[in-house]
Design a binder for this molecule. Structure first.
Ligand code: ADP
Ligand code: ZN
Length: 215
């Protein structure tokens, strides 16, 4: 990125799982540090992939980060002298993150966000749609479809080796499912077999209490 840090703005690295979002976030953060910018890193506490305080990519790169429970906590943790705020797995944060990153960018902070853009059903994930809309720069990355080798844009959720049906909760306590990167053609979401009930909808508070592991 060629830019002066005196200008605040928002950049989003989006795409399917395994597309290299965390790698790209880590690369941008390292370059900002080489430029001697003051950087703070955050991730959602829901992401337990790399322990509670690190951003870890699927290729093993890692970097220390602060795990936060929500947008309000994140806002309170940003130091006044910070030049760059980077957030991984931003799709797990509450909608308030949109106002927080706008507020930061208005105050000349460079905001770098990484997050999965769609849930396993192919629907926009959490606050990501609004973040993509307000960002100055958006990069949509692709993985490789594990079925056919084409560029992958969709998260395939499997439960016991079978495609998860549409009524499965988006974030599931216990981590029964697993995920694959797939292209549009190979992505499968069997239609709901029954009506969704309130019990299927896992609230963020419940997920916290159970220390959710989502994949
Ligand atoms: P993301 O943050 O988007 O989930 P990561 O940066 O953690 O992605 O991991 C990207 C790395 O995952 C790739 O460089 C590659 O080594 C690995 N990888 C595993 N499966 C795939 C796949 N199906 N397509 C592309 N990369 C994959
Ligand atoms: Zn495919």
């Amino acid at each position: 990125m060629h830019r002066r840090t005196s200008d605040g703005w928002i950049e989003v690295i989006s795409g399917v799982m395994f597309s290299g979002k965390s790698e790209e976030l880590i690369r941008r953060v390292r370059r900002a540090e080489i430029a001697r910018r003051r950087v703070q890193l955050f991730k959602s506490r829901l992401d337990t992939r790399g322990g509670t305080a690190q951003i870890v990519s699927h290729d093993g790169s890692e970097i220390d980060a602060h795990a936060v429970s929500g947008s309000r906590e994140l806002r309170e943790l940003v130091h006044p002298e910070t030049d760059v705020v980077a957030i991984d797995e931003v799709q797990f944060l509450d909608d308030g993150i949109v106002e927080v990153v706008q507020w930061l960018a208005d105050r000349k902070v460079r905001v770098i966000l990484a997050g999965t853009d769609m849930d396993f059903r192919g629907e926009p994930f959490g606050p990501i749609g609004r973040l993509l809309a307000v960002a100055e720069v958006v990069d949509k990355l692709h993985a490789i479809c594990v079925q056919c080798g084409a560029p992958a844009s969709r998260n395939q959720r499997l439960v016991d080796g079978e495609p998860a049906p549409a009524e499965a909760p988006v974030i599931e306590v216990g981590g029964h499912g697993m995920y694959e990167a797939r292209c549009r053609d190979c992505h499968e979401v069997p239609p709901a077999t029954r009506h969704q009930t309130e019990l299927d909808i896992v609230s963020e508070a419940d997920a916290w209490a159970a220390r959710v592991q989502y994949w």
